[in-house]
Design a protein around this ligand. Structure first.
Ligand code: GDP
Ligand code: IMO
Ligand code: MG
Length: 427
C-alpha cells in the first residue's frame, strides 16, 4: 500500500499538524522527513492544545508507529523535553511507537549558539534560533554527528566536546560571544544519548518492510514549499527540502510508492520571519486576521511566539507549490477566520514594474518588487464552525473555495473550519 504525503503549500503554519492528525487515524506509520524542532505543529483534542516540534503528529493515534527519518535534524535535549511533556499529557512515547533514523543528524549546542549569534547580527533571517541551518551545514560539509553515534555515549560525548570547542573559537572570533562549557555539555548530551539510544534504528528498513506488508504510510512535512531551501524564497528559507523530493531523500523510499500528495493551505497567507510576502497586509485588517493572541489559533508562532505576518490568499504562490509538488489534492484550513469580512481577495497575478506575472519568480529580489493583482469575491457572515459537510457552507464560501481550486488546478478535498478534530469537512 502506497505513501500519502502531507506538505505545507505556503510559508508554514498552514495547519499541517491538524491535518496529519486527521489522516493518521487511518495510517500505520507517520514519518517526518525534514526539518527539526523549528516546526510547531498544533493538535487540539477536546480543548487540550498540544504543540509538537520534532515528534510526528501520529503520536496521538494509538497503534500508529512514528518515525523521525534521516532527513530530520534532532536536538536530543529538546527531543526528551517533548517526550516528557507528552507523557505528562497522557501520550507516552516509547521505542514501540517511535523510531529515530540512525542517519539523522544531531543538532548540538554549538549549532544553536551560532544560529543565535548570527541572528543578532545584520545578516539574520528571522530564524527560529534552533540551530537548524548550522546543523544542516555540518551535514553537507560531512563533519556532522549522526544519531547512530548516540548508541556509543562515550564517543558521542567526545564528539560533542570537540564540536563545542571548535564552535567556541568561531563564536569568539566572528561574534565576540562567550564560550560554551564544553565539558558540561558533553556530559549533558551523553546522558541524553543514553535515553535516546533505544529509539535509534534503521528506519529506511522499517519503511521498506512496511511497504512490502501493505502498511499505510503518511509522510508529514514540516515548513512549506516557499521555505524550501531550493524552491523557496532564498535566502529567506529553511535549510531542508520541504517539498515532495524531501520525502524520497529524507526517508529513503522510492518515488513510485507515493500515490497521494496533499497540499495544506490556509484560507489566507501568513509568514513568520523575514523575506518577501507580496500579499502582506497591515493595519486593521492585519490585526483582524492575526487575532489578539487570546485564542490558541491566533497567528503567533507555535515555536517562537512571534506575531505572524498576515496577508490575502496568494494563488500565484499556491500554483507554484502545486506544480513543484504535484499536489493531487488540497486541504484548506482556517476558513472560519474569514467569516464576517465584506469581501475576500485572492491574488491572481503579480505586477512587476508594469509587467503582469502569473509565474512565481524564483528570484527573491524580483518577488520583493512585485505588487499583488487581486480579484475580489463576496464575503460571508454565517458561522461556518459547525458545518460538517461541504453543502452546509455558505454559498460565498463555497465560491471562494471553487475559485482557489480553479486557480491552483487542484481539488480541495478537505476544509477545516476550526482546530478540533471534528471541525473538518471531507468531500
Ligand atoms: P502547522 O505548523 O502547519 O502544523 O500549523 P500551526 O500549528 O503552526 O498553526 C496552525 C494553527 O491554526 C494552530 O493553532 C491550529 O490549532 C490552528 N488551526 C488549524 N486549523 C484551523 C481551523 O480550521 N480553524 C482555526 N480557527 N484554527 C485552526
Ligand atoms: P511549521 O512546520 C513557519 C521559518 C523561520 C525563518 C526561516 C528559517 O510549523 O510550518 P529556521 O529556524 O528554519 O532556520 O528559520 O524559516 N520557519 C518557519 N515558519 N513555520 C515553520 O514550521 C517554520 N520553520 C522555520 O521563521 O523565517
Ligand atoms: Mg507551525
Amino acid at each position: 500500500m502506497p505513501i500519502t504525503v502531507l506538505l505545507g503549500a505556503q510559508w508554514g503554519d498552514e495547519g499541517k499538524g491538524r491535518i496529519t492528525d486527521a489522516l493518521a487515524e487511518s495510517a500505520d506509520i507517520v514519518a517526518r522527513f525534514n526539518g527539526g524542532d523549528n516546526a510547531g505543529h498544533t493538535i487540539t483534542i477536546n480543548g487540550a492544545v498540544f504543540k509538537l516540534h520534532l515528534l510526528p503528529s501520529g503520536v496521538f493515534r494509538p497503534g500508529c508507529l512514528n518515525i523521525i527519518g534521516n532527513g530530520v535534524v534532532i536536538n536530543p535535549v529538546n527531543f526528551l523535553k517533548e517526550c516528557d511533556a507528552l507523557a505528562a499529557g497522557g501520550f507516552p512515547i516509547t521505542p514501540d511507537n517511535l523510531q529515530i533514523s540512525e542517519a539523522a543528524h544531531v543538532i548540538l549546542p554549538g549549532h544553536v549558539a551560532l544560529d543565535a549569534a548570527r541572528e543578532s547580527t545584520h545578516g539574520g533571517l528571522g530564524t527560529t534560533r534552533r540551530g537548524i541551518g548550522f546543523a544542516y551545514s555540518d551535514k553537507a560539509a560531512r563533519i556532522g554527528l549522526r544519531a547512530g553515534l548516540m548508541r556509543r555515549p562515550d564517543q558521542f560525548a567526545q564528539a560533542v566536546r570537540a564540536h563545542t570547542q571548535r564552535v567556541n573559537q568561531i563564536l569568539a572570533r566572528d561574534y565576540g560571544c562567550p564560550s560554551l562549557d564544553a565539558d558540561a555539555l558533553a556530559e549533558q548530551y551523553a546522558h541524553a544519548a543514553q535515553r535516546i539510544a533505544p529509539y535509534v534504528t534503521n528506519t529506511a528498513r522499517t519503511l521498506h518492510r512496511a511497504l512490502a506488508e501493505g502498511k499505510r504510510i503518511l509522510a508529514e512535512g514540516a515548513q512549506a514549499a516557499l521555505l524550501d531551501i531550493d524552491h523557496g524564497t532564498y535566502p529567506f528559507v529553511t535549510s531542508s527540502n520541504a517539498t515532495v523530493g524531501g520525502v524520497l531523500t529524507g526517508l529513503g523510499v522510492p518515488a513510485q510508492a507515493i500515490d497521494r500528495v496533499v497540499g495544506t493551505a490556509k484560507a489566507f497567507c501568513t509568514r513568520v520571519g523575514d523575506g518577501p510576502f507580496v500579499t502582506e497586509l497591515d493595519g486593521e485588517l492585519a490585526l483582524r486576521l492575526r487575532g489578539s493572541g487570546a485564542n490558541p489559533w491566533d497567528e503567533y508562532g507555535a515555536t517562537t511566539g512571534r506575531p505572524r505576518r498576515v496577508g490575502w490568499f496568494d494563488a500565484v504562490a499556491l500554483r507554484y507549490a502545486a506544480q513543484i509538488n504535484g499536489f493531487t489534492e488540497l486541504a484548506l484550513t482556517k476558513l472560519d477566520i474569514l467569516t464576517g469580512l465584506d469581501q475576500v481577495l485572492i491574488c491572481i497575478a503579480y505586477d512587476h514594474h508594469g509587467e503582469r506575472l502569473t509565474d512565481f519568480p524564483q528570484d527573491s529580489a524580483v518577488l520583493a518588487e512585485c505588487r499583488p493583482i487581486y480579484e475580489a469575491l463576496p464575503g460571508w457572515s454565517e458561522d461556518v464552525r459547525q458545518a460538517r459537510c461541504f453543502d452546509a457552507l455558505p454559498a460565498a464560501a463555497r465560491a471562494y473555495i471553487a475559485r482557489i481550486e480553479a486557480l491552483a488546478n487542484v481539488p480541495v478535498t478537505m476544509v477545516s473550519v476550526g482546530p478540533e478534530r471534528d471541525q473538518l469537512i471531507r468531500r
